[in-house]
Design a protein around this ligand. Structure first.
Ligand SMILES: C[S@@+](CC[C@H](N)C(=O)[O-])C[C@H]1O[C@@H](n2cnc3c(N)ncnc32)[C@H](O)[C@@H]1O
Length: 320
């Protein structure tokens, strides 16, 4: 049974955005519309939001929920990595704030037919954009053992990566994995019982990140978003695992060092105990805010992010 997503760190995100006092905001991951609903509710009539989303199903829910805001909200189907191209026809003028709420929503996680969760039975899909060719099933079927090892290590930080990549390839050469349950049962049989939950979370995270090219998209999205911002405009990023938070943190750090931006909350915001109790999915969230103080060219920004380094400092996101 699918659920509507509860927006994470909503108060902190909306406060950080509206402090700019601007008129135009972009919600790069509108999902089922939770953050945008708050943003529109807390701002005057002359404030507009542009919502971007890859997932048609989520976008439809957001449209229905936000219908009452009329012309104040516009929807764009697509990836934030193409934010510049997507928003061009709308010609929105200066943008005061851009929100990235990364990863998947509870709505997607709790829809077994989307294949994001190892709990429900569904096809091994995991695509945010269902018009894309690559699915998790295809990825598992076509990757070499080395490629699988690499993605499990890099995107899952999984200690059983070597063993799992070998046994998965041996098994799929005889019979491809079709469903989430087939894959998770197989993994459970090949690792110690006590490691099962964490390992399954990490493997599913690694497959999803790869299927959706999430980290590369985040890098492009941040660079392009920064270029769209007006001076004093802000980017707010909510990340759920170390890989995406590290990209954000490093990007912000290099812009700060180049005196192009100010980091508003260097220590990042975390959900309160009350929020964590109310919404399990918020537990690993970290929110970071940057304020633009000078312009930078696309090429300069890309170079800066390419130069920044990955660091590991906290664990995988929750898949339950
Ligand atoms: C955590 S959810 C956002 C939830 C939303 N803030 C809300 O309150 O309902 C992340 C969303 O980002 C979408 N998404 C992931 N990668 C994307 C991309 N590159 N471009 C646009 N949307 C993306 C996912 O489909 C998902 O709906």
């Amino acid at each position: 049974m699918s659920t509507i997503h509860i927006p994470v760190l909503s108060k902190e995100a909306i406060e950080a955005l509206i402090e700019t006092g601007g008129k135009t905001y972009i919600d790069c991951t509108i999902g089922t519309g939770g953050h945008s609903l708050e943003l529109l509710s807390q701002t005057p009539e002359n404030v507009c939001v542009i919502g971007i989303e890859k997932d048609e199903q989520s976008l439809k829910i957001a449209k229905d929920r936000l219908m009452t805001f009329g012309k104040r909200i516009k929807f764009l189907k697509g990836g934030y990595e193409e934010i510049d191209r997507l928003i061009k026809p709308l010609d929105p003028g200066p943008v005061a704030g851009i929100l990235f709420d990364l990863g998947m929503s509870s709505f997607q996680l709790d829809s077994p037919e989307r294949g994001f969760s190892f709990r429900g039975e569904g096809p091994l899909d995991m695509r945010f954009d269902r018009s894309q060719d690559l699915t998790a099933k295809e990825l598992l079927f076509t990757s070499t053992q080395e490629q699988l090892l690499d993605l499990l290590k890099k995107f899952g930080e999984e200690k059983w990566s070597r063993r799992l990549s070998r046994v998965i390839v041996e098994r799929r050469d005889k019979k491809p994995f079709e469903t989430t349950v087939e894959l998770s049962d197989f993994i459970r049989k090949n690792i110690p019982r006590r490691a099962a939950h964490k390992t399954l979370s990490r493997v599913f995270q690694a497959l999803r990140i790869t299927v959706n090219n999430e980290l590369e998209n985040l890098k492009s999205g941040l660079v392009k978003a920064f270029n769209l911002l007006e001076i004093n405009g802000r980017i707010v990023v909510i990340g759920y695992h170390s890989l995406e938070d590290t990209i954000t943190k490093n990007f912000f750090r290099v812009l700060k060092k180049a005196e192009i931006a100010l980091v508003i909350n260097p220590r990042c915001a975390r959900p309160s105990k009350a929020e964590r109790m109310k919404n399990r999915r918020s537990r690993s969230a970290r929110l970071r805010v940057i304020k633009k103080i000078r312009k930078i060219s696309d090429e300069d920004a890309r170079k800066k992010i390419e130069d920044s380094e990955f660091e590991k400092d906290w664990g995988e996101e929750e898949n339950d």
